[in-house]
Design a protein around this ligand. Structure first.
Ligand code: SAH
Ligand code: SF4
Length: 418
């Protein structure tokens, strides 16, 4: 979502005659787009900001700013640390950037959340040649007890159905091969009588769309109709990111995830029943307050059952202002690290297991780039979102091609053109 927001901000600036540069030393404006979902990400954003703020020593005119969730949540802290910051805009305030563009002596500081902002009449500038993002909904009403997102991105709202289809058609006309539907809870999309499966179906019917992805769905909103639509339409990728967070029903309840271990497993079974070859990935947190060893074993048990294709695993990071931040942090740092390592080791095994299943099969691969390690090799992606290094054959970047998978190692597959 931050990448999509960066595209929106680029569009806003280009509209005012700016163009982008990768060289901060010659920039008139430097913006850091930030995430505050974990403490580490927040600190990294503030450190970068300080680093770029020192550009002012050489160039008095340069404007330095922070946008995104850290700007939303920690505006005062950032202003105390960097009093001469010029821009501090939360996720619903990007239009305020124009304040500073119109008048040189003004700062652009705003973190008022909106109930309606979708940035739908702004022309975003895609950063990637082949992928196109469509933020179909913004915000979150779920208030999982560990999560800062409902506070930094406000309440759920959805882009009109008409504008989604219009945006998708524009992206396809500009040669985007893969469309990625985005939302903090992408499948709680709701606009008039339209729901998430209606969006998927309508997009899949647009001519020339090769691949459609979406992220992140919430398990509570994933219905059988959505799964059927994925199964029926070959251009909707056979990959689903299904955040688990914890395998223990007790911890899931404390997290306010609103599903139990058994609800989650039924959902996995239902998905696999309709689409046996689907890739399932997930997010898991360890060290949530009250997580005992028995709870953690439940998480490992689910990992073992599902054998995810990949998993993003995190140590619980208390976020100020959330409910969980007030619960006693009962899991020691050492235990969190041990549990995280255990999950990483298990996941590596499962990733390899899933990748090995593809050995000797033929997969359609979208060729994305040259390999950095070997100029004769190309890198592409399967519809299940796995990287394939093509060792034999000379496919062109930007084309879809059938590749025979000959080996698997770590997160990568190796293939050759048949
Ligand atoms: N809306 C998505 C998640 C968005 S945040 C969902 O509900 O699944 C992305 C991921 O960051 C989450 O899935 C969670 O695993 C992780 N995360 C969020 N808050 C966290 C925290 N306080 N500590 C550690 N990880 C966290
Ligand atoms: Fe955060 Fe939960 Fe909302 Fe996901 S559903 S963004 S984890 S509050």
């Amino acid at each position: 979502m931050n990448e999509a927001d960066t595209e929106i901000i680029s569009g806003l600036l280009e509209n005012f005659g700016y163009s982008s540069t990768n060289d901060p030393a010659i920039a008139d404006i430097v913006l850091i787009n930030s995430c505050s979902v974990r403490e580490k990400a927040k600190q990294r954003a503030i450190n970068k900001l300080k680093q770029y703020n020192s550009l002012k020593k050489k160039n008095k005119q340069v404007k330095i700013g922070l946008v995104g969730c850290v700007a939303q949540q920690h505006a005062n802290e950032v202003q105390t640390q960097i009093p001469d910051i010029d821009i501090l805009l939360g996720p619903d305030s990007y239009r305020k950037l124009t304040d500073i563009l119109i008048s040189d002596d003004k700062k652009a500081i705003n973190n008022i959340l909106s109930k309606t902002e979708m940035y739908d009449n702004l022309q975003s500038i895609p950063q990637n040649t082949y992928y196109g993002y469509i933020p179909i909904m913004r915000g979150c009403n779920n208030f999982c007890t560990y999560c800062i997102v409902p506070y930094t991105r406000g309440r759920e709202r959805s882009l009109s159905f008409h504008n989604i289809v219009k945006h998708a058609k524009q992206l396809v006309a500009s040669n985007r091969k893969e469309l990625i539907l985005l939302g903090q809870n992408v499948n709680s999309y709701s606009f008039q009588d339209k729901r998430f499966p209606d969006v998927l179906k309508a997009i899949s019917e647009i001519e020339k769309i090769k691949r459609i992805r979406f992220t992140s769905p919430h398990p509570k909103d994933l219905d059988e109709r959505t799964i059927q639509i994925i199964a029926q339409n070959t251009n909707i990728c056979n990959h689903i990111h299904l955040p688990l967070q914890s395998g223990s029903s007790k911890i899931l309840k404390a997290m306010n995830r609103t599903y139990t271990q058994s609800d989650y497993l039924h959902l996995v079974d239902l998905i696999k029943k309709h689409i046996p070859t689907i890739a399932i990935t997930t997010d898991i947190i360890t060290g949530f307050p009250g997580e005992t060893d028995t709870d953690f074993q439940e998480t490992l048990k689910i990992m073992e059952y599902v054998k995810y294709d990949n998993a993003f695993t995190f140590k619980y990071s208390p976020r100020p202002g959330t409910k969980a931040a007030e619960m006693p942090d009962t899991v020691s740092e050492n235990t969190k690290s041990d549990r995280l390592n255990e999950m990483i080791t298990l996941q590596k095994k499962h990733t390899l297991y899933r990748n090995n299943e593809l050995k000797n099969t033929t997969q359609e691969v979208f060729i994305e780039s040259n390999s950095k390690k070997n100029i004769n090799h190309k890198i592409g992606r399967t519809e299940t979102n796995k990287l394939v290094i093509i060792k034999k054959g000379t496919p062109k970047i930007g084309e879809f091609i059938n590749v025979k998978i000959i080996d698997a190692a770590g997160v990568s597959l190796f293939g050759e053109i048949e």
